[in-house]
Design a protein around this ligand. Structure first.
Ligand code: GAR
Length: 191
């Protein structure tokens, strides 16, 4: 059986990307064929190098619109023939043109129980709102901001008096475990 080819896109530290690369190393279902980032200095690039996964640093040209930027990204990704695009802290909206190229094959993890707290700071917004429970959501990506069909969610309770830093750290650890688990199930369903 051919392994599904995953391209990860990420903008930051890359703990989720690392968890996915570690899972893929021993997976019979998937391999990570490249890691792309829109941020030159993103730690995720170093993590990819550690796993000997090819990297793409894709920077915006002066005055370039989102569509053209994404079409250039598609061209670079083409070299790796990805079956799935997995967003792991990719802090940029994908254009309709990009999504069309990978229709139904782009997924994302978001740090809240969507539809609550979409946007750039899921944990921050949930913490400020004094929620009793929080969590993360894995969903298909559509043209909206964190609006695509939900695949799976994992909840966790807030601990009374917990600092924001500890809350976020706990959430991220849960994400790191949850994302590979959900990918494993999802890819089995799509065999
Ligand atoms: C994660 O919390 C992820 O859910 C979030 O960015 C963080 C990336 O951490 N994504 C979003 O907020 C997307 N809207 P990481 O770089 O350590 O994986």
């Amino acid at each position: 059986m051919n392994k599904k080819r995953i391209a990860i896109l990420a903008s930051g530290a890359g703990s989720n990307a690392e968890a996915i690369m570690a899972w893929a190393q021993s997976s019979t279902l998937a391999e990570v064929v490249c890691v792309g980032s829109n941020v030159k200095s993103a730690l995720v690039i170093e993590r990819a190098k550690f796993f000997e996964v090819p990297t793409i640093i894709h920077l915006k040209k002066k005055n370039e619109n989102n569509r053209d930027y994404d079409l250039r990204l598609c061209e670079k990704l083409k070299a790796y023939s990805p079956d799935w695009i997995v967003l792991a802290g990719y802090m940029k909206l994908l254009s309709p043109e990009f999504l069309k190229r990978f229709q139904g094959r782009v997924i994302n993890i978001h740090p809240s129980l969507l539809p609550a707290f979409p946007g750039l700071d899921g944990y921050g917004d949930a913490y400020k709102a004094n929620v009793v429970e929080s969590g993360c959501t894995i969903h298909f990506v559509d043209e909206g901001m964190d609006t695509g069909p939900i695949i799976a969610q994992r909840k966790f309770l807030l601990i009374k008096g917990e600092s924001f830093e500890d809350f976020k750290k706990r959430g991220l650890l849960i994400e790191n475990q949850f994302y590979p688990e959900v990918l494993e199930k999802l890819l089995k369903d799509y065999l």
